[in-house]
Design a protein around this ligand. Structure first.
Ligand code: HEM
Length: 454
C-alpha cells in the first residue's frame, strides 16, 4: 500500500475557505501528486483531481453524499431528503423524476420562455442609465423557470423568490451573515413550496406528466408512496434554485464576450456549433462549484492507496476543468477546443461526471447549456450595449465567484432586426439551429444520458 502525501498544516479549513477554487491544485503541485490528505474542520480529508479521480468519484454507488457536506451548505443547496442524499435504487427512481422533465420539447419551452422574458425585461432596460446583469438575469430566470414549472406567481412573489433563491446560492459557499441570511430566507421559501404542493394534491387529479411541479407533487417512490410534503418541496426548490443559478453563467458569458471580443464576432455569424462550443467553454473556464464532497460506501484500494468507508473525500471540480493533462493551454478561453477535440464523460466536470442516470451527475446540464446558448445569442444578436469602466476581475473569494462589478451594462438598445438575420445567417424566430442537445463531438456523453434525447 502506498503512503498518501500529507499536507503539513494542522488544519486547512481557513486556507480552503479563502481560496477554494485553487486549494487542491496548489497542493497537488506542491506534492507532485493528484491526491493528498489534509484536515478540514479537524477531520481527515482526501483531496483529489484529474480524469482518473473523476472516474473513481463518479462511479455509481462508490461514494455517498450522505454526511459529506457541512449542514450549512447542504441546507442551502440540495438539502436533507433530496435526490443527492439518496443511494442505489432509491436514488435512481428519484433521479428519473428529474430526467423526465428534460425532454427536448420541454427544454425548448423553457428556452423560449426565457427569451420572451429577456425581451420583455429589455424594454425596461432602454429607460435605465445602467443595469446590473447579475440581478437582471436572476429576475428573468426566476420568472422563466416558475412559468415553465407550472408555478403560479404574481410579480411581487417573483421578486421575493428571486431574492430567496439568489441568497441561497450565494449563502451556500459562505460562512457567517451571508449563510445565515440564506437560511433565514430558505425557511420562507419552504413554507411557500409546502403550500403549493399540498394545494396541488388537494385540488387536482393525479397527473405526473403535466408540468414539473405536478411531476414532483405526484411522484411516487419505490414503495408506491407519494413523497412527504417536505421532501417534495425540497425537490421543487431543487429545480427552481439551480435554474436561477444559471444567472452566474449568463454573467460569465457576457464577461467572456467583453474580454474575448473575437468570440462575439463569431457568435454574430450565427454558427450553431460554435455557439454550443462557447457555452461549454464558459462552463469549463469559469469558476462555479470549486469541489464536491463524498464518502466511500465501503473500504477499497485505488492506485495503491487505501480508502476507508466513511472517510471524507473532496473531488476538485475547478482544478479538473483546468487540468493541463486534459485541456491544452487550460488558462486560455478558447471555445474552439470543443470543436477540435472530443470530450468524454469524465473530463468536463462543471456539473459532475459519469452516468447521469445511475450516478450523481447533474440532471440540469441540458437546461444550463441551453440557457447559456440562448443568453449568448440574445446578448450578441438582439441588442447592443456599452460596458462602462468597471472592475471586471473575478472575485475568487466568493462561491460562486463573480466579476467584482457584477457586470454593469449601459445604453442598452434592442435591435429591431437580429444582427445575424441582417447577415442572412440565422433568424431570431428560427433560433437556435439546435444540435439536438448533443455535445459537440461527444457521442459517449449522449449515450450516457440514456438515449433520452432521441
Ligand atoms: C449553474 C448551473 C449548475 C451547476 C454549476 C450545477 C452543478 C451541479 C453539480 C456539480 C452536481 C453534482 C454534485 C455531486 O456530485 O454530488 C449537481 C447535481 C445536481 N443538480 Fe445541478 N448544477 C446546475 C444547474 C442545475 C439545474 C438547472 C438543475 C435542475 C433543473 C440542477 C439540479 C441538480 C440536482 C437535482 C442534482 C443532484 C443529482 C444527483 O444527486 O443525482 N442543477 N449539480
Amino acid at each position: 500500500m502506498r503512503d498518501m502525501p500529507q499536507d503539513k498544516s494542522l488544519d486547512s479549513t481557513v486556507e480552503l475557505l479563502s481560496d477554494a477554487y485553487r486549494f487542491i491544485s496548489k497542493r497537488c503541485k506542491q506534492h507532485q501528486s493528484r491526491i493528498f490528505e489534509t484536515r478540514v474542520m479537524l477531520q481527515k480529508a482526501i483531496c483529489m483531481q484529474g480524469e482518473e479521480a473523476s472516474r473513481l468519484f463518479y462511479e455509481p454507488d462508490r461514494f455517498t453524499r450522505k454526511g459529506a457536506m457541512p449542514p450549512t451548505v447542504l441546507k442551502l443547496l440540495q438539502d436533507v431528503g433530496s435526490v443527492q442524499t439518496l443511494d442505489g435504487e432509491d436514488h435512481q427512481q428519484r433521479k428519473q423524476m428529474f430526467l423526465s422533465m428534460m425532454k427536448p420539447d420541454s427544454l425548448q419551452k423553457l428556452s423560449d420562455i426565457f427569451a420572451e422574458q429577456w425581451l420583455l425585461q429589455m424594454e425596461k432596460w432602454k429607460d435605465k442609465d445602467q443595469i446590473l446583469l447579475l440581478t437582471e438575469a436572476q429576475d428573468i430566470l426566476t420568472r422563466a423557470v416558475c412559468i415553465w414549472a407550472g408555478v403560479p406567481m404574481t410579480e411581487a412573489q417573483s421578486k421575493l423568490r428571486r431574492v430567496e433563491f439568489s441568497s441561497m446560492i450565494s449563502g451556500a459557499g459562505s460562512v457567517g451573515l451571508r449563510n445565515w441570511w440564506g437560511m433565514f430566507l430558505r425557511n420562507q421559501t419552504e413554507r411557500w413550496g409546502q403550500k403549493l404542493i399540498s394545494g396541488i394534491r388537494e385540488t387536482q387529479k393525479e397527473n405526473a406528466q403535466a408540468s414539473p411541479l405536478e411531476a414532483i407533487a405526484w411522484h411516487r417512490d419505490r414503495q408506491g408512496e407519494l413523497l412527504d410534503v417536505d421532501t417534495a418541496t425540497v425537490e421543487l426548490i431543487n429545480i427552481l434554485r439551480p435554474t436561477v443559478a444559471v444567472a452566474w453563467y449568463v454573467v460569465f458569458a457576457a464577461h467572456a464576450l467583453e474580454v474575448y471580443p473575437e468570440c462575439r464576432a463569431r457568435l454574430m455569424q450565427g454558427d450553431s456549433q460554435y455557439l454550443e462550443a462557447f457555452a461549454q467553454e464558459v462552463r469549463r473556464f469559469y469558476p462555479f462549484f470549486p469541489m464536491v464532497a463524498g464518502k466511500p460506501t465501503r473500504d477499497f484500494e485505488w492506485q495503491g492507496y487505501s480508502f476507508k468507508e466513511g472517510a471524507l473525500v473532496l473531488f476538485d471540480i475547478y482544478g479538473t476543468n483546468h487540468d493541463a493533462d486534459i485541456w491544452k493551454d487550460p488558462e486560455a478561453f478558447r471555445p474552439e477546443r470543443f470543436l477540435e477535440n472530443e470530450i468524454n464523460l469524465f473530463s468536463l466536470v462543471a456539473q459532475g461526471a459519469g452516468d447521469v442516470v445511475k450516478g450523481h451527475r447533474c440532471p440540469g446540464e441540458w437546461i444550463t447549456v441551453e440557457l447559456l446558448k440562448r443568453s449568448a445569442h440574445l446578448l450578441t444578436n438582439t441588442m447592443i450595449y456599452d460596458v462602462p469602466a468597471q472592475d471586471l476581475s473575478l472575485d475568487f473569494s466568493r462561491m460562486p465567484a463573480i466579476p467584482r462589478s457584477k457586470f454593469i451594462m449601459s445604453n442598452i438598445q434592442g435591435l429591431t432586426q437580429p444582427v445575424s438575420e441582417e447577415q442572412g445567417a440565422v433568424s431570431f424566430d428560427g433560433y437556435p439551429q439546435r444540435s439536438d442537445f448533443a455535445f459537440p463531438g461527444s457521442p459517449p456523453l449522449r449515450e450516457a444520458m440514456g438515449g433520452m434525447m432521441q
